[in-house]
Design a binder for this molecule. Sequence first.
Ligand SMILES: [Zn+2]
Ligand SMILES: [Zn+2]
Length: 400
Amino acid sequence: MKKDVRNIAKEVEEELIQIRRRLHQHPELALREVETAEIIAETLKKIPAMTVYENMAEGSGVVGILEGKKGPGKCVMVRADIDALPIEEQLDVEFRSQNPGRMHACGHDAHAAWILGTAMVLSGLREEFCGTVKFVFQPGEECGKGATALIEKDHILENPHVDAVFAAHAWPTVRAGQIGIAAKYAFGCPGGFSLKIIGKGGHGSWPYQCINPITVAMQIYSALQGVVAENIDSVEPRVISIGAIHAGDAGNIIPDTCTMNGTIRATEMSVMKQIAEEIENVTANITAMHKANYELHVNIGGAAVENDPEMIALCKASAEEILGEGNCYIIDKKHLGGENFSEYSSRVPGCYMFVGIGTDRTEGKFGLHSPIFEIAEEVLAPTAAVFANLVLNYLSGNRY
Ligand SMILES: [Zn+2]
Ligand SMILES: [Zn+2]
């Protein structure tokens, strides 16, 4: 059986590479993945026994459903995100982006290709499993909205009810041929804030007649770094970064307002809530000290992506059956990227894997969202085989 999975994946390898290149040439931003969805739907429709649903997630979502021939059973969902980024590609490859200022710099073209490959493999093995597989091609991952739309508008986790959900991301710091799985949190809680400090503008020569919002902003900036360093439990991962501060136009004019935007991250929602309170507290106190006013919006975003222990064991064993013993390992180190896969995995047990794309040539050269991000194409077919094997193990009731 494992051999069948590997062989069928090998047979479709060239096709997967071509699909991924086609997607790569036509990158589209979150929730505008029109051509991308067409390519995916067209490919799914050619797969025997596949039922295809288009225009999901209020636009460019595509879902394929495949039933096993062994009768009713559980339902498992595998998900790919499909959106690209507002980045000008700097790679010189024959299949480089044809859309100016748009690039698949997060590898979602590869994610779509390997889930299509999973569908191709499993379509050939329907005699071997019971139950249902949902292949979900989710738009709008980068904007954080696509998963919620699929759940709330399309009820993707129902009809039939999904019992487990899996996904993977192409990961530059894991070697090609290997898969890493986070011991607990695959991604952190993403959040952010926007702050407008309202002072009193006037002539730069008479600051005592004004309330300089830039002075207030500088003090808030410094205080926030201290608060995050010292007021939160030392062992908790957390980040507060200020990415934008805007105020004023001229050196001799004190502006009325200063705006500040930042990102906040943690793994625990309780820490996110504490950071939000600290931001409010610091802002209220420092603006009061300067007799300034403020408008503050803190968004503590979605949950972290937490891997289910039983599903971690299943993924690791399924991956090693395909890639070889020792080629799937558990990652203890946390990181604080965000992924709206948490919308699914907070509702049903799931696991998120990091598929290695690092090679001797590329390792250390780029990260996600880099204009020179590239995929090691040789991982597409093996990853499709890993997903197919995982689905078969799950639906057969194999547990590790
Ligand atoms: Zn991304
Ligand atoms: Zn991504």
